[in-house]
Design a protein around this ligand. Structure first.
Ligand code: BES
Ligand code: MN
Ligand code: ZN
Length: 500
């Protein structure tokens, strides 16, 4: 979808539809009042008759509004201004775009980013509107020929035409578009099935991005390369699979050569059957989404490249398929990780941490400012937090605070869990330096405790996205989260000129 921002004359604009907001209790927003003026009270008359109250979710299409050249006016309920949140704003935009799509309208002018709110600036409203429109435009069309949503082009109107305001507005829409592209990239990768989206496929996609973006360098490490590096833990997960493992390294150079990079590590298990500790059959198909951490860091790299951010960012994706087989790792097997620490694999279904630990050790070579890993790591995280925030654990509170702030700013939130030493005992093994599982209690914390043993030299944070990476039910599909959070975290590291 093509989205741009402009100062538009609402009276003379030729468009199939102008979209304006009505606040709760039939209050006109600024642009609705402006239209009402031009139309000599036409809109306020309709409000008085009670056809629309202004509650979020309301929509009313008007035809032949006098005095204006646009063919239609869509009034959209915006609720109470002081109750505006990221979520309610997104649903206002979604309500508008689905009403337009149902009416088969191809392009429209939106004037919905002028809501008075303490939490969302007008420029943030522009960015969120762009993100939401790009989200709504997404269809998984790679393998299924669905009807496309009809809305194809949206112009976002802003009333203030001062150059400085317009510059900020343009940046906000540019960021929104870049997050949209990155997030939809992540959704496509996530939605592709395990027989197509293999480690080799992910590696070839990373190679494609390398071709499209001049500041990006992609390197693929094969099984032999990983053997040489001593990645015995990562490789142990791939043993039962007929498809080879890959370690994908994407280096984005937007800063000075000497700038230490931010490293993102994404779990890329392209299918998680559980291995010999095989999972029950119900909903096992959803384990194709076990590479959504990888998809989100790859999507974020696309966003970063689109925005040409002035920093250095490295994405590392350890990718394997976890399958049972005669050669597969068995419960009780002991492997040696790249760090030299030995691991007793008591459960082959706790495989994410086994690939991440070697990727985290590998990340040390970049001398990173901070490392964030993103993984659909534990079912326990879904039990603890449900499907709203990602679980966050970190060995440095400053980094945790920055990530929490990025979550709040972007509306793609995380919630911190404790990474206390008290939990470390649960990983004791009689035969190796540690076990790969910590028992029933606090499964998300013990998984992070396991990873913390490989990140002692790093400022590191872990995002458990098991609850947020995909939607269930009839909306089943990858969400593309946490691309907005990761992008926001990186934008916040780029200085004031990138804040909207
Ligand atoms: N990929 C799963 C985690 C998962 C399960 C994410 C369900 C989303 C929905 C992970 O590899 C796994 O199997 N974890 C085990 C760990 C356990 C064996 C300690 C789990 O959560 O059951
Ligand atoms: Mn598993
Ligand atoms: Zn898994």
């Amino acid at each position: 979808m093509e989205i741009s921002v402009k100062n538009i004359n609402l009276e003379t604009v030729k468009s199939p539809c102008l979209v304006v907001g009505i606040s709760d209790k039939r209050k006109l927003t600024d642009s609705a009042a402006q239209l009402d003026n031009i139309a000599k009270g036409f809109i306020s008359n309709i409000l008085r008759r009670g056809d629309i109250s202004g509650a979020t979710g309301d929509a009313l299409m008007l035809h032949d509004v006098p005095g204006i050249t646009a063919e239609r006016v869509l009034l959209v309920g915006c609720g109470k201004n002081d109750e505006l949140t990221h979520k309610s704003f997104q649903s206002i935009i979604t309500n508008a775009s689905s009403t337009l799509s149902k009416a088969n309208i191809k392009n429209a002018v939106f004037s919905l980013s002028d809501l008075d709110s303490k939490t969302l600036s007008h420029t943030m409203q522009l960015r969120l509107a762009t993100e939401a429109l790009q989200q709504n435009a997404y269809v998984f069309s790679l393998l299924k020929k669905d009807a496309q949503p009809s809305l194809a082009k949206v112009t976002l109107h802003i009333a203030d035409k001062r150059a400085a305001v317009m510059k900020k507005a343009k940046l906000a829409v540019q960021i929104g578009n870049a997050i949209g592209v990155g997030r939809n990239t992540a959704r496509d990768l996530g939605n592709l099935p395990g027989n197509i989206c293999t480690p080799t496929y992910l590696a070839s996609q990373a190679g494609q991005y390398d071709k499209s973006y001049s500041k990006l360098k992609t390197t693929i490490l094969n099984q032999k390369d990983m053997e040489k590096l001593g990645m015995g833990s990562l490789l142990s997960v791939a043993r039962g699979s007929r498809t080879p493992p890959k370690l994908i390294v994407m280096e984005y150079n937007g800063g000075k050569k000497s700038d230490r990079p931010y490293v993102l590590v994404g779990k890329g298990v392209t299918f998680d059957s559980g291995g010999i500790s095989i999972k029950p059959g119900a909903a096992m198909d959803e384990m194709k989404f076990d590479m959504c951490g990888a998809a989100s860091v790859m999507g974020t790299m696309v966003t970063v490249n689109e925005l040409k951010l002035p920093i250095n960012v490295v994405a590392i994706v350890p990718s394997v398929e976890n399958m049972p087989d005669g050669a597969a790792t068995k419960p009780g097997d002991i492997v040696t990780s790249m760090s030299g620490q030995t691991i007793e694999i008591l459960n082959t279904d706790a495989e994410g941490r086994l690939i991440l630990c070697d990727a985290l050790t590998y990340s040390e070579k970049f001398n990173p400012k901070a490392v964030i890993d993103v993984a659909t790591l534990t079912g326990a995280c879904v039990i603890a937090l449900g499907s709203h925030p990602a679980g966050l654990l970190s060995n440095q509170q400053k980094l945790a605070d920055q990530i929490l702030a990025a979550g709040t700013e972007s509306g793609d939130r995380a919630w911190q869990l404790p990474l206390w030493d008290d939990y470390q005992d649960q990983l004791k093994s009689n035969f190796a330096d540690m076990a790969n599982i910590g028992g029933r209690e606090a499964g998300t914390v013990t998984a992070a405790c396991f990873l913390s043993r490989f990140t002692k030299k790093l400022h590191w944070a872990h995002l458990d996205i098991a609850g947020i990476a995909w939607y269930g039910g009839d909306k089943k599909g990858a969400s593309g989260r946490p691309v907005p959070l990761l992008t926001q975290y990186l934008l916040d590291r780029c200085g004031k000129q990138y804040s909207v």
